[in-house]
Design a binder for this molecule. Structure first.
Ligand code: UD1
Ligand code: MG
Length: 493
């Protein structure tokens, strides 16, 4: 598989095969389609951002090896670079491009089977586009035999009119491939070694060439520009939502649902508008996602209700739980059956037991909470000491009642059946069945408001008084003071 090019037409600093479709790098798609065929060896040619592409390829989980094409001198040169890795392999070689993501396993199987059934030296797939621009054209003789492929940029006007094009997937005998590659020349518009020239060379050498035209050309469309990437995203999105609808899932607005290729959704689940499901997200049966949700690598059990506007990453939610509206489940969240997480609640590395509820305005991080506990509004697990970067754990038992506006300063444990009074800062472990309160006693000042308002009025009067009056008042004050001093002096005498 060839994945060394930069993809100049993407106008990007990122290698083309790393651009994402359905939240997954392009390069992973053909590999995933290839895997079920059980190839004895998979070689990926990398070049631009070789390390990043290699990492993306290895993340596919296939036994893949990569070879480096240090300088991108064309698709033919890329295959030349891969040849040494094949060693003395003498079977059939599938040649694929990394920028053709929607190719299916079935199509690759048909390519291989056509090749073997026809006892061919080289087999290629073809397809027809009303607008074939950009693609290599399939040149045939009067008898309909493939004579070669001519690239768009090298084609004569007559050749440009050909609508049968090359999707770039070939099956070729290893022993036939090597000598043909050695014959490639750079005498073309791009000054590159074209893999496509191998076809013409094979024809001239009298090799048996088989071809198979595909009915569904959009499957083999290549991606060379951002516009093509966007079109492909739309096709993929459509395919995926349709697949899940066929499997018994309701989409209230399929046009705004984004389901990644590795997502699984159970029967009778309902997906509302504006829902993005990414990565290895798993939705169980009978779930409901109201709308405007972003779920990545998240697992929902059965009958989970995700209310409007929630974000979840690497979270696990068990059967019959209710989450949201406006909840954020961060990595390491593990919610038991029937848990309720309400609005403006954030969880991270938080394991909550069955039936536990945290319904309002709460942060639960680095904590474990037993079953049937109620976490009041405005509760915060204070897990971070602010300097060392160390996160401490809060442990809360079963059937605990945490009053509103509670801070749990970790590390701390609140044992089973304990009560935490509203407004408490818990800094010590609380034994089972105990009550903890750190609330300052409330003081009530009767009539305070009337007095305060009166005081305020006096101040306002003073501020509003004219300057001359102020001066007069100051004079009087001085006189009063002088009088007091005199009378005091008299008394002392
Ligand atoms: C290629 C075909 C064209 C076909 C089209 C189908 C050639 C010469 N042309 O054109 O006939 O219709 O695909 O999509 O093969 N690559 C390398 N090293 C290089 C150059 C490219 O690894 O030196 C890789 C790219 O990363 C890419 C693939 O080969 O994955 C195809 O290269 P690209 O430049 O996209 O070829 P196209 O112009 O699309
Ligand atoms: Mg291409």
């Amino acid at each position: 598989m060839l994945a060394a090019g930069l993809g100049t037409r993407m106008r990007s600093t990122r290698a083309k095969v790393l651009h994402e479709l359905g939240g997954c790098p392009l390069v992973r798609y053909p590999l995933a389609a290839l895997a079920p065929l059980g190839p004895v060896q998979v070689v990926v040619v990398v070049g631009h951002q070789a390390e990043l592409v290699r990492a993306a390829v290895l993340a596919s989980g296939l036994p893949v090896e990569t070879v480096l094409q240090a300088e991108q001198r064309g698709t033919g040169h890329a295959v030349q670079c891969a040849l040494p890795a094949l060693g003395d392999f003498a079977g059939d070689v599938l040649l694929l491009y990394g920028d053709v993501p929607l190719v299916t396993t079935a199509t690759l199987e048909r390519l291989r089977d056509t090749h073997r059934a026809g006892n061919a030296d080289l087999t290629l797939l073809t397809m027809r586009f009303d607008d074939p621009s950009g693609y290599g054209r399939i040149v045939r003789d009067e008898a309909g035999n493939v004579r070669g492929i001519v690239e768009d940029r090298d084609a004569t006007p007559a050749e440009r009119a050909i609508t049968e094009v090359n999707p770039g997937l070939y099956c070729v005998r290893a022993d036939v491939l090597a000598p043909l590659l050695a014959e490639l020349r750079t005498d073309n518009a791009q000054g590159e070694l074209y893999l496509t020239d191998v076809v013409g060379l094979a024809a001239r050498a009298g090799r048996t060439i088989a071809s198979l035209e595909l009915e569904r050309p959009q499957e083999l469309a290549g991606i060379n520009t951002r516009a093509e990437l966007a079109q492909m995203e739309a096709v993929l999105k459509d395919d995926l939502t349709r697949r899940w609808m066929d499997a018994g899932v309701t989409f209230e607005d399929p046009a705004t649902a984004y389901v990644g290729p590795d997502v699984r959704i159970g029967r009778d689940s309902v997906i509302g508008p504006n829902v993005v499901l990414r990565g290895k997200t798993r939705i169980g049966e009978g779930c409901r996602i109201d709308g405007t949700a972003f779920l990545v690598d998240t697992t929902l059990g059965a009958r989970v209700h995700v209310r409007f506007a929630c974000v979840a990453e690497e979270a696990i939610v068990a059967d019959d739980a209710i989450v949201g509206p406006f909840a954020r489940l961060r990595p390491g969240t593990d919610l038991g059956p029937r848990v309720h997480i309400g609005n403006f609640v954030e969880t991270k590395k938080a394991k909550l037991g069955a039936g536990t509820k945290a319904n309002h305005l709460t942060y639960l991080g680095d904590c474990e909470i037993g079953p049937d506990t109620n976490v009041g509004a405005g509760t915060i697990t204070c897990n971070y000491d602010g300097s060392t970067g160390k996160k401490s754990r809060t442990v809360i038992g079963a059937r605990v009642q945490i009053g509103s506006d509670t801070q749990l300063v970790a590390p701390v444990t609140v044992h089973d059946d304990a009560y935490v009074g509203a407004g408490t800062t818990v800094t010590r472990d609380v034994p089972a069945g105990a009550l903890v309160v750190t609330r300052t006693p409330a003081r009530v000042y009767e009539g305070w408001v009337v007095r305060r308002r009166a005081g305020q009025k006096a101040v306002e009067r003073k501020a509003a008084a004219p300057k001359s009056a102020k001066r007069a008042r100051k004079k009087t004050a001085k006189r009063v003071k002088a009088r007091t001093v005199r009378s005091r002096a008299r008394r002392t005498r």
